[in-house]
Design a binder for this molecule. Structure first.
Ligand code: NAD
Length: 475
């Protein structure tokens, strides 16, 4: 291997590996370095998303949802099953198989695109030099015209309750449980808390979610968040808001969590605790002294809209820079940077990034919430449509949830769409396209949506924006 490249990418998560593949597609000689290590000591590309986040969690969400539906819904369809059981080892084996296939896929894609895939740790030294410490063998200094930093993020640990890999775990640990915990405490009612809380609750855990904020899902549209809270409560999740967790003590009966809420100091004893209170940008050991690459006050690498760090030819993408910590946002930044390095025009539209929470029902949105639109001084009109009146959702026995569309009263342009309901994460795609093309609510009203499909709920919400929904009473 020659030690000089056009581009070196440090980190092979969804931001880094995509940047590396696109750079290679652009004809640039590219290396991608990554030091991810699994619990069993094996190394793999794909970062948190593929190894310990998006992909394994979706595998477990599917398994647990099927288990739940077999127990709760099959009888309604007239299907008799006898006792439905769950084999956690088999469930985990399936999950591990999916992760292995997909991470192996990245290795194959690197090979096919002639990306030099290097397993080990990269450290940016300045002046286009990267120190590479391989898992095995001698440390070496690599050189590149461009360096892309894509080292991702790590879970926050709370003071006084360090992760022990067994009873107090981060999201990765909660994906690896080999038995269903009897009582599971989840600290943080954000995306991870809800997704992992749902997995283990459906499998039989008594799940309590302690969330510091008074508002449930504060980043979501209020109407949708309220509906979500009601539905999750009905599913048996005990969500306690305004609950700031301070301490965890090991007792004979389990782990005693101390938290304060509006009423004072409270206590909750559980068998296992998942800490899901957010993630921090991961830059430990990444930058040598004097590289000129700067971090902001929260530890993110400072970048402009084009992901330039301010040091010539050094770029940073993904969770390690500002913006939502979402794999698809990082990937698009990776594509943009690889194209800009190749001399092409490219940009990321930060106003149109979809968010999805993979609970059941799913929650998905793009653009502004109604509150954000009004706070920004916009005059908006709102249309909603309930899945209770959608024939396909009824047939699926999943007729819960709402589509909410917000459009400008000035020019009818869609400013935000919020969905709670079946397949919301898939449905939001149409609205991402619509917003990218600056569609009006009327554009969506005039587009034919197949019948019977879930997407008709979007069509009806668009009609409802102008009080013209066909299958609802317009108020
Ligand atoms: P989050 O920011 O979504 O939620 C963390 C929650 O913890 C917040 O609501 C916060 O108020 C609460 N909290 C903080 N300290 C607390 C304390 N001491 N006691 C009680 N509550 C406390 O973070 P997350 O769920 O850990 O997820 C991390 C990142 O990963 C997020 O940016 C998220 O968007 C991303 N992620 C996305 C997906 C997805 O797209 N489906 C899935 C998983 C993770």
């Amino acid at each position: 291997m020659s030690d000089s490249f056009d581009v070196i990418v440090i980190g092979a998560g969804p931001a880094g590996y995509v940047a590396a593949i696109r750079a290679a597609q652009n004809g640039l000689k590219t290396a991608c370095l990554d030091n991810w290590k699994n619990y069993d000591g094996t190394m793999a590309f794909g970062g948190t998303c593929l190894n310990a986040g998006c992909i394994p969690s979706k595998a477990l969400l599917e398994s647990s949802e099927l288990f739940h539906r077999a127990n709760a819904e099959f009888a309604v369809h007239g299907i008799g099953t006898g006792e439905v059981t769950i084999d956690i080892a088999a469930m985990q084996k399936r999950k591990a198989g999916i992760v292995k296939q997909l991470t192996g896929g990245i290795t194959a894609l690197f090979k096919a695109n002639k990306v030099h895939a290097l397993q080990g740790t990269g450290r940016y030294l300045g002046d286009g030099k990267v120190e590479f410490t391989p898992e095995q063998g001698e440390q070496e200094i690599l050189a590149a015209d461009h360096v892309v930093l894509a080292t991702g993020s790590q879970p926050f640990e709370l003071p006084g309750m360090p992760f022990d890999g067994e009873n107090i775990v981060d999201s990765w640990g909660a994906l690896e449980f080999d038995a269903v915990p009897g009582r599971l405490g989840v600290i943080g009612g954000g995306v991870i808390g809800l997704e992992l809380g749902s997995v283990w609750s459906r499998l039989g855990s008594e799940v309590t979610i302690l969330e510091a904020m008074d508002d449930f899902l504060f980043m979501a549209d209020r109407q949708i968040a309220k509906e979500a809270q009601r539905l999750f409560k009905r599913q048996g999740l005990d969500i306690r808001l305004g609950a700031m967790v301070q301490q965890a003590d090991r007792t004979e009966d389990g782990i005693a969590l101390t938290y304060t809420d509006g009423k004072g100091e409270q206590s909750l004893t559980v068998d296992k605790v998942v800490v899901a209170v957010g993630r921090r940008p991961y830059t430990d050991g990444l930058l040598a002294e004097g590289t000129g690459v700067e971090l902001d006050e929260r530890g993110f690498i400072k970048v402009d809209d084009e992901c330039r760090t301010g040091v010539a030819n050094v770029w940073a993408v993904g969770d390690v820079v500002r913006g939502p910590m979402l794999a698809h946002k990082g990937s698009e930044e990776g594509v943009m940077v690889a194209d800009l390095i190749a001399g092409d025009v490219s940009e990321v539209n930060y106003d149109v990034i979809p968010s999805v929470i993979y609970t059941a029902p799913e929650i998905a949105w793009v653009g502004k919430t109604e509150e954000e639109a009004r706070e920004a001084g916009m005059d908006v009109k709102v249309g909603t449509f309930s899945f209770a009146a959608n024939g396909r959702a009824k047939g699926m026995e999943q007729a819960v949830g709402t589509v909410k569309m917000i459009a400008s009263r000035d020019d009818d342009e869609i400013v935000g769409v919020h969905i709670i309901g079946p397949m919301a994460g898939e449905l939001i795609g149409e609205m991402v396209v619509a917003m990218e093309f600056s569609s009006s609510a009327e554009d969506i009203q005039r587009i034919i949506h197949a019948h019977p499909t879930l997407s008709e709920a979007i069509h009806e919400a668009a009609l409802a924006v102008d009080k013209r929904a066909i299958h609802a009473i317009n108020k």
